[in-house]
Design a protein around this ligand. Structure first.
Ligand code: NCD
Length: 362
């Protein structure tokens, strides 16, 4: 069986250098100032959107992005209406769709699933969210919003609040922001929803300042950016556990009164109850504008990937270890058992190539 096509894929933003992201952000800025100039840029091209998990913004902004570039779209937003319902595996579904489409966007509830698809797909694959793992195109959206609204990506004190354990947007954003000088992270969560260790290690590796706090009230005054997130109900193993965490952070006008005059509030959306509706009228509430930036940056991404002039990032840098299993029960290797078990590292700690979780070498 042949694995690893050499396409330009976007699985994890950090697979590419910061200069590549900056090129995308510049193109996103150009597109948002003159979208009509790009109305025919993808004429004749087809994008496949494979959404195995619910989505409003990501799916629709990808679809409108392609349509605004003059291309067309195919795909499903409910796997129950595709052959997935008959038991088809990811490899077969994505291999087939990549034969029909020029580019493929995929969201799936299991960590590492989009990388698994990219191994055998015959066209570029974009990760639109893989379980609680990563969400690189939301991060591109967040970076464009920060650049347009704060004028810089350096020296920002950013508070991330809510479900830091399961929030893939948080994981991707931290990985990206830790590549910019002077980022100061304030992690606001309950101990149960704290950031996974493998993400926290990024701070020490990059020498970034970070602190973990439980009170939003106490932290809000020092922030340049407040990134609110939803408690990820669908990632909890039991309803009781979710009920204990539900409603733990609610941003309202009273808390906003203690924030800096130029702090901005971001949220990948959807919101449940973590931002009171009254905050929407505050000029610092940027989340609806943020969602629109998402469409422009996705236009820039589709264009860049279809041009194919950039060097593809290697999908796999480690090697197959037949007798090792990933320690993360939510990793795709436990669901799609035909997948080769790729790990990075040679020491006592191996890193799963699909979900990045660490496993002790036996
Ligand atoms: C996020 C996601 O799907 O991870 N939404 C999005 O893509 N804008 C955040 C969430 O669902 O809470």
């Amino acid at each position: 069986m042949s694995y690893i096509y050499n396409n330009l894929n976007l699985i994890d933003l950090n697979d590419y250098p910061v200069s590549w992201w900056e090129k995308l952000l510049d193109l996103g800025h150009k597109i948002l100032t003159d979208p009509e100039a790009y109305a025919e840029s993808c004429k004749g091209k087809i994008m496949g959107t494979l959404f195995y998990e619910p989505s409003t913004r990501t799916q629709m902004s990808f679809q409108t992005a392609m349509l605004r570039l003059g291309g067309t779209i195919i795909g499903f937003d409910n796997p129950a209406t595709s052959s997935v319902a008959k038991g088809e595996n990811i490899k077969d579904t994505t291999k087939i769709v990549s034969g029909y489409a020029d580019i493929m966007v995929m969201r799936h509830p299991v960590a590492g699933s989009v990388k698994a698809a990219a191994l055998t797909a015959g066209c570029p694959v974009i990760n639109a969210g893989d379980g609680g793992h990563l969400h690189p195109t939301q991060t591109l959206t967040d970076l464009l919003t920060l650049k347009e609204e704060k004028g810089t990506l350096e020296g920002l004190t950013i508070g991330l609040c809510g479900d830091l354990k399961n929030g893939r947007t948080v994981h991707s954003l931290i990985k990206a922001m830790s590549c910019f000088k002077g980022t100061n992270f304030v992690l606001i969560s309950t101990p149960e929803l704290a950031l996974p260790a493998y993400i926290k290690d990024i701070f020490s590796a990059g020498g970034h300042k970070f602190k973990e706090v439980t009170s939003l009230d106490k932290a809000v005054g020092e922030l340049d950016v407040l990134y609110m997130t939803r408690i990820q109900q669908e990632r909890f193993t039991s309803r009781e556990e979710y009920e204990k965490q539900k409603g733990c952070y609610i941003l309202d006008n009273k808390k906003m009164a203690a924030a800096k005059k130029d702090m901005i509030v971001l949220h990948p959306l959807p919101r449940v109850d973590e931002i009171a509706i009254e905050v929407d009228d505050d000029p610092r509430a940027m989340y609806f504008k943020q969602a629109k930036y998402g469409m422009y940056i996705r236009m820039a991404l589709i264009l860049t990937m279809l041009e194919g002039r950039d060097k593809p990032a290697p999908l796999i840098t480690g090697r197959v270890r037949r007798h090792h299993n990933c320690a993360n029960p939510l990793c795709i290797t436990h669901k799609e058992t035909y997948l080769p078990h790729y790990f990075r590292g040679d020491g006592s700690l191996l890193e799963c190539e699909y979900c990045d979780e660490r496993t002790l070498a036996e």
